[in-house]
Design a protein around this ligand. Structure first.
Ligand SMILES: [Zn+2]
Length: 176
């Protein structure tokens, strides 16, 4: 497992933790949240645009998955008790990403990477659903991605000036 893959997994886990807090804050019906008051402020009405069921399922999915990963890390590393809240667990596993990527069980290591990518994709979409997205007619530059760049006019996360791919979520700084 290369150092680059480890760094990517760590960054992805940290981004997932932020997205989790952001999505949980968008959905008023989410009881666990785990990051109440941490996410960015949301304009009135945006919360209602989200379908609670879908949000709840996506967050519960991450809860289950990271609970499992964190328990593996905790038993392999023995680094104190594992955190209780999902965002904290995501950051905990991020700090020990190598442990997951270098599991002797190759299937486990590979499914960790695949699941991480899947959760990231789902939460990125949920986090940015309330925004007005204007296609700018430019294709994403990331290799293997056929998404289109969109402008997040009226975005809720302060990234108004950035263009973002509607598929992979990659951000491209907007240059005037
Ligand atoms: Zn893309």
């Amino acid at each position: 497992m290369s150092a680059v893959q480890t760094l990517n997994a760590r960054d992805d886990l940290l981004e997932l933790a932020d997205l989790y807090e952001q999505v949980a804050a968008l959905d008023p019906s989410t009881p666990s949240a785990g990051g109440a008051g941490v996410g960015p402020r949301v304009p009135p009405g945006v919360g209602e645009l989200l379908q609670s069921d879908e949000v709840w399922r996506a967050l519960a999915d991450v809860d289950d998955w990271i609970g499992y990963c964190a328990s593996i890390v905790a038993s392999d590393v023995g680094d104190g008790p594992m955190p209780q809240l999902t965002p904290a667990r995501l950051r905990y596993v991020a700090a020990w990403a190598l442990v997951m990527l270098e599991q002797d069980d190759e299937v486990l290591a590979r499914s960790f990477a695949a699941e991480l990518a899947r959760h990231l994709r789902v939460l990125r979409q949920l986090a940015h659903r309330g925004e007005h997205r204007v296609p700018v007619g430019v294709e994403c530059r990331r290799q293997g991605c056929d998404g289109q760049l969109v402008s997040n006019l009226g975005g809720s996360d302060g990234t108004d000036s950035a263009l973002r791919c509607d598929q992979c979520g990659q951000e491209v700084p907007f240059l005037v």
